[in-house]
Design a protein around this ligand. Structure first.
Ligand SMILES: [Zn+2]
Ligand SMILES: [Zn+2]
Length: 346
């Protein structure tokens, strides 16, 4: 039996925290449900999942759809696309059976690379290796979630670069449906002994092919890691960008501010998936609007900063022990707005 290997290479960087990561997990589940219901797919499709953030790993090795169990996706800081491609290429070498003069190997693998950001490592060498040795032996579909994906680098990997933008309820389901349909179409064509079906028609209300990469957009979100003072457990605060027009009598300028989107408890595993070089502040903290409470202990703010530069939760003015560096800090009360979440006195 010739297998049709399908690899999902999924960006699990910080901007995916919360809803997006859960949707990606649902997506895998829904795609596999569709494949199990299709006789061609059931017979030929094998699925594997690779995750990447600051590092990249296979989190579900290649198995037939009946035995596939969608993994829990990790979360980490960084978008190491180069590492993701390297992990993918070694996994293809390891698990895909090659055709030899004596025996037919597996069908050309299909790869869905899904990312929402810019690489934080230098993917140039991996991109070159992919183009030289793997591009012809696999069908890669690169999908940018939203406008902030790096379409320039994706275009170097494949002709099939798609942007998916979610704007309303139900859009994500359309996206999932398209991915499932594209795997089913491939499995149907290999079932008829034809290699490589064309991609199914895109649902243009949510997806389109990227021919020309758009100009690089600014950072669309900012994420900050903190630790709970009481439980020492980590959390992630996410801010989303919003453009505000500031006008005076003489000029008008668009200013970016970042509004609080949420604060999510993290697993300790987060640090193992993270590239710690990318965790320093990328924006001035004064453009961050809103401070969340602690998702672990319910303290009023998760945005108190120790003199070591790390964030912790505090439940109002007074002394605190930094869960990162262990030093004693003191937080002062603020003016009319209640508690001032600024820097500690150290
Ligand atoms: Zn706390
Ligand atoms: Zn500290």
């Amino acid at each position: 039996m010739r297998r049709l290997p399908v690899f999902f290479v999924l960006d699990c960087s910080e901007s995916m925290v919360g809803e997006n990561l859960r949707k990606m997990e649902d997506c895998l589940q829904a795609v596999v449900r569709t494949l199990r219901a299709d006789p061609h797919a059931l017979e030929s499709v094998y699925v594997s999942v690779l995750a990447f953030a600051g590092t990249a790993k296979v989190i579900a090795p290649l198995v037939e759809v009946v035995s596939f169990y969608p993994p829990k996706l990790p979360l980490g800081s960084g978008t190491s696309l180069g590492a993701a491609l390297d992990a993918l290429m070694s996994e293809i070498d390891r698990s895909v059976v090659r055709t030899t003069p004596d025996a037919k190997g597996d069908w050309k693998p299909i790869v869905y690379l899904i990312t929402d950001g810019h690489p934080t490592d230098d993917p140039a060498a991996a991109v070159m290796r992919w183009s030289a040795k793997y591009a012809r032996k696999a069908n890669l579909v690169a999908i940018g979630l939203g406008k902030n994906a790096d379409f320039t680098v994706l275009r170097r990997l494949t002709e099939n670069v798609i942007v998916f933008e979610e704007s309303k309820e139900g859009d994500f389901q359309k996206f999932v449906k398209w991915i499932s349909a594209s795997v089913v179409a491939q499995s149907k064509s290999v079932g008829e002994n034809i290699e490589g079906a064309a991609l199914p028609t895109l649902d243009e209300s949510v997806m389109r092919i990227i021919k020309e990469p758009p100009p690089i957009a600014d950072e669309s979100c900012v994420t900050l890691v903190g630790r709970c003072q009481k439980t020492r457990r980590p959390y992630l605060i996410k801010y989303e960008r919003e453009i505000q027009a500031v006008a005076t009598r003489d000029f008008r300028v668009d200013v970016a501010q970042y509004n609080l989107a949420g604060c999510y408890p993290l697993e300790e595993e987060y640090f193992a998936w993270s590239d710690m070089r990318t965790t320093e502040f990328k924006v001035n903290t004064s453009s961050l609007i809103g401070a969340p409470g602690c998702p672990h202990c319910g303290s009023v703010t998760a945005f108190a900063m120790c003199s070591c530069g790390k964030l912790l939760c505090v439940n109002g003015p007074g002394p605190a022990t930094c869960p990162w560096c262990g030093s004693e800090c003191y937080f002062e009360g603020g003016g009319g707005e209640g508690f001032d979440v600024g820097r500690s006195r150290g």
